[in-house]
Design a protein. Structure first.
Length: 481
């Protein structure tokens, strides 16, 4: 919703496009940190408790934003919103993994598709609803509407989400999933927090964020503390028994690490369009907030429909390849777009960015389900969203560099050129990723990845023995190489 209210907020508080970009960035900064933290809590104390607590924070964010007397209070509201909403996705993935363990079968792809459909459904309604609220109730309505929505979600969660299992039972499921050896070797513990790791990650990311948001006048000195904090973070994560970001697991689990990289780069391109294109439509094209929301609606509906289509595919590489190709086509269309471009071309360009959202959402989500350690699915899902939000933060910096104080054709073309280059890189990354060539399914009770084999044998058809956790994936990647 905020994408169609940025211009109105900027006018009311005398803030330019580079300044209002902070409303986007502060939410994603909070989310990038909170997603893996709340995912780990969901693994440890239970996803239902974490989800309900997050909704209460969302209610607080709506009240703060609706009553904000100044621009700073809007930043506080978005910060709270980023923390509160971060509970949803990792909690949902943890619930699905728990059900898989209880039923003794993997989570069906259509179920993952419906989860993606829910997220993209809200995104489909968001720009249009935001434009309607801004045009009728003012931009404060964008913040106020989160209160009844969060309360409705809270009541629904109390009614339908299964109560959290006792801690010992959740630990038992993790052992049954074949991760006992992995945790014994890595020393990790589901639900355990790493406060110092969280602070180091937040500090490094904050320095990088401030640097990215003013690329027109870069503060190069910020790179020094960012690199220093990143180095200290890396050393600490490698030594800590329950690290905030499990670098050893990512170093061994190449397929999961590539999934994060692919997801982050994809959404860097998408967020440039979601926020940069809407501002261009209002300031260069002269559309109202409501008209901008309507122009963005086909993009959102395409994302919504393709999330269901992607859920019905059996592989991962094909839909991800199609998504990357469409991102390149959409970027090419925007590269030639001006204030006089026909509306049909703008709608077509929007669809080229909407379809990939649905395909990427279900494809990468399925990859995380397959490759993540069984007893840490919440934290792994949180890291997937962290990668997505790092892409959003970078997109905010690019928007600030391209537009400055006003969105124009030249800035749009700069973003389109960067998006096209990244899309081509994504095509190469996806096509050459050998881990995506074989359809892999994980049995919930054994936690074993099989490529056309039965779960009880634990043996890959190529002859390599399946290992558990990170060691298994490392061996799998070495064998394919």
């Amino acid at each position: 919703m905020i994408s169609t209210g940025l211009v109105a907020i900027g006018y009311d508080f005398g803030v330019g496009a580079a300044g209002t970009a902070w409303l986007v960035s502060v939410l994603y900064l909070a989310s990038a940190v909170a997603q893996p933290v709340l995912g780990r809590l969901a693994d440890g104390v239970g996803p239902r408790r974490v989800f309900l607590g997050g909704l209460l924070v969302v209610v607080a964010s709506g009240l703060v934003g609706a009553l904000a007397p100044g621009f700073g209070w809007l930043l506080v509201s978005r910060l709270l919103l980023g923390i509160g909403t971060s509970a949803a996705y990792p909690a949902a993935m943890a619930v699905l993994r728990a059900e898989s363990a209880r039923l003794g079968r993997p989570t069906p792809r259509p179920v993952l598709g419906r989860l993606s459909f829910a997220a993209l459904g809200s995104a489909a309604v968001g720009p249009t609803l935001g434009g309607l609220l801004t045009a009728t109730a003012g931009w404060r309505g964008i913040f106020a509407v989160n209160v009844p929505v969060a309360l409705l979600a809270y009541g629904s969660a109390l009614r339908w989400i299964p109560k959290d299992a006792p801690g010992k039972e959740r630990a038992g499921r993790g052992s049954a999933a074949g991760v006992g050896r992995e945790r014994a070797e890595g020393g990790g513990r589901a639900g355990a927090l790493d406060p110092l790791g969280i602070l180091l990650f937040t500090g490094a990311l904050s320095c990088l964020l401030v640097f990215l948001l003013d690329l027109r006048h870069p503060m190069w000195w910020l790179l020094a503390p960012a690199l220093l904090l990143a180095a200290v973070l890396t050393r600490w994560q490698l030594r800590h028994p329950s690290p905030f970001i499990d670098l050893r697991m990512l170093g061994a689990n190449h397929a999961l690490a590539r999934t994060y990289l692919r997801h982050g780069l994809s959404y860097l391109v998408v967020y440039c369009v979601m926020y940069g294109f809407t501002q261009w439509l209002e300031e260069e094209r002269g559309y109202s907030s409501l008209h901008t929301g309507l122009v963005m609606l086909p993009m959102s509906l395409a994302a919504l429909a393709c999330s269901l289509i992607g859920a019905r595919t059996k592989g991962i590489r094909a839909p991800l390849t199609v998504a990357a190709v469409l991102l390149a086509v959409g970027s090419a269309l925007l590269l030639g777009t001006t204030g006089a471009t026909p509306l049909v071309v703008l709608l077509l360009a929007g669809a080229c960015f909407g379809i990939p959202q649905g395909l990427m959402g279900t494809g990468n989500q399925a990859a995380v389900q397959q490759y993540a350690p069984a007893d840490a699915i919440g934290a792994a899902a949180g890291l997937q969203r962290t990668a997505q939000y790092l892409g959003a933060i970078t997109a905010s910096g690019l928007i600030g560099l391209a537009y400055g104080q006003r969105a124009d054709d030249r800035g749009l073309h700069l973003m389109a050129a960067v998006g096209g280059a990244l899309a081509l890189a994504l095509i190469v990354m996806t096509v050459t990723d050998r881990a995506l060539r074989t359809r892999i399914t994980r049995t919930a009770d054994a936690g074993t990845d099989t490529a056309g084999t039965t779960a009880n044998t634990g043996t890959d058809t190529t002859g390599s023995t399946a290992h558990t956790g990170a060691e298994r994936h490392n061996s799998h990647d070495r064998h394919r190489s």
